[in-house]
Ligand binder design. Structure first.
Ligand code: MG
Length: 274
């Protein structure tokens, strides 16, 4: 553990956080979801796109929305359709990322809404060994009740559709916190979604918005890419590292970074509406 670091654990999102948001994976994902909705519900392309946006807004994801509305969709069926056909070759190997993750002295938890198969393929493309993480929180670990005997029994029993647990819900953030195993205020949460960052902040996490030049209201830090982590949050590596960084750039303290209200116009809209 780094001496005098304010953090005991780092929670890291995967998609558009550990790799850039401009790979084309996001738009391909939307396309696949639209095709899934068309095939499953027999709706037009236009209607499918509108439904995807609405389900994301109201339920956090299209899958969660479909299940909440009572459609019989197994998560594996959905994920193999919308994630299984993604252009993974657009995720480039990132040896610097692998080294950066290895250098983080704290407990590291990968915290993603994506399914395990997608997580493994994305990490493989990046050249990051899953074992660098002390724990993984993903769709399957947040939603054990949708799988196996529990899932079968739930479907057979009828009644209310099961809840799907995904960031930014409180239950999902709590799952991340459990995996972190420490005080939220000593846990650093990195994510590219402002909604997720806001949910983490509400439960006491220290937050870093990735892929943006300026902080959102609920972000303690903003970094344009994960590659800037050591420069923007040197205190991960301890007080000595932070002091060294600080002396080189005395006018670039975190609190002097521009807030969203000042620079709203240069924030790009959130890219993924899965
Ligand atoms: Mg993400």
């Amino acid at each position: 553990m780094a001496a005098n670091s304010p953090f005991d654990c780092v929670l890291l999102d995967l998609d558009d956080t550990l790799y850039p948001g401009n790979t084309g994976i996001g738009p391909a994902l939307k396309c696949n979801i639209d095709e899934f909705l068309q095939a499953k519900l027999g709706v037009s392309a236009e209607r499918a796109a509108a439904m995807r946006v609405e389900l994301f807004r109201s339920h956090g994801s299209s899958l969660a929305g479909l299940i909440a509305l009572g459609y019989d969709v197994h998560p594996d069926e959905y994920h193999s359709y919308v994630h299984g056909r993604l252009p993974y070759d657009r995720i480039a190997a990132d040896p610097q990322l692998a080294r950066l993750l290895q250098s983080i002295p704290q407990r590291k938890v990968l915290f993603t809404n994506s399914d395990r198969a997608h997580m493994k393929r994305a990490l493989e493309r990046l050249g990051v060994d899953e074992a660098v993480f002390d724990a993984v929180v993903c769709f399957e670990t947040m939603n054990p009740h949708l799988f196996g005997e529990a899932g079968e029994e739930g479907r057979a029993a009828g009644g209310d559709p099961p809840a799907v647990v995904l960031k930014p819900s409180v239950d999902a953030i709590v799952a991340g916190l459990r995996a972190a195993g420490t005080n939220p205020r000593r846990t650093l949460f990195l994510d590219d979604s402002e909604r997720n960052i806001a949910a983490g902040k509400a439960l006491g996490l220290r937050t870093a918005l990735v892929g943006k030049r300026v902080r959102s209201k609920d972000a303690d830090y903003a970094l344009e890419s994960i590659g800037a982590l050591r420069r923007v949050i040197p205190e991960i590596w301890g007080a000595a590292a932070a002091a060294g960084e600080g002396s080189e750039r005395p006018d670039r303290g975190i609190d002097k970074m521009p807030m969203r209200s000042d620079l709203d116009s240069i924030i790009r809209p959130t890219s993924i509406q899965a």
